[in-house]
Design a protein around this ligand. Sequence first.
Ligand code: IPD
Ligand code: CA
Ligand code: CA
Length: 265
Amino acid sequence: MHPLLNIAVRAARNAGNIIIRSLQHVEHLEVTTKGRNDFVSDVDRLAENEIISVIKKAYPDHAILAEESGRSGDNDTVWIIDPLDGTTNFLHGFPHYCVSIAVMVRGKIEHGVIYDPLREELFTASRGDGAQLNDRRLRVAKRKELTDGLLATGFPFRNPQHLPAFLATFNSLFTQVADVRRTGSAALDLAYVAAGRLDGYWEIGLKKWDLAAGVLLIEEAGGVVSDFVGGDNYINSGNVVVANLNLHKKMIDSIAPHLTDELKK
Ligand code: IPD
Ligand code: CA
Ligand code: CA
């Protein structure tokens, strides 16, 4: 395992342990609101501090972009951290959330880890080296027709201005596929596409820490990642469509007629 990935795994497992230990007192957690429908708890912060301290011990000069504490440092290597993806699930005792850590070197995502501490599932990828779940190699699903597909999505609950366009894309895709899930953890949705458990996924306006590790997992598992117009601006726009090659094109074609100008960027 690459040394950077090794540190990412250690950090993700430590953060996972913090999350699991906190489950005993989840109903007493202090929760604050960062914005509309955007909650944060001490667990998010503790997990993030632990991740950053593991990274800093190994690589004191590397830069950090973390959801709760923001950007720090100036270096070619940037660690992109979501200490708890699926906070709303976590706070409600809905057992589906994860830790997501990616390493970006000179603007390219090189390593990614997504760790589900409840199922003890560790998804890892290094560019050019494939993607794994624990020790098993991952491949995206092979389905060729949307009719057979199980997709996932995220609702634009923080950006209600996109709701009409989102619902139009939902209407178009939902009526063509087997079913659609909304799990509440974008990072796990991406990991599940890499693992072939989901056939595709789309969401408007993700943040870098939601998607950085997951998109590498998908590419390394043979899948395709793009923004809503098939381009590669998804890291900046946060608008993302992922699937295998056959279904990706069909998803893009279904989404295209419903895009506002803002969503074409
Ligand atoms: C959120 C989750 C959710 C997605 C949101 C994300 P958080 O992350 O991944 O599934 O729909 O866009 O912001 O706030 O739980 O880390
Ligand atoms: Ca997140
Ligand atoms: Ca989070």
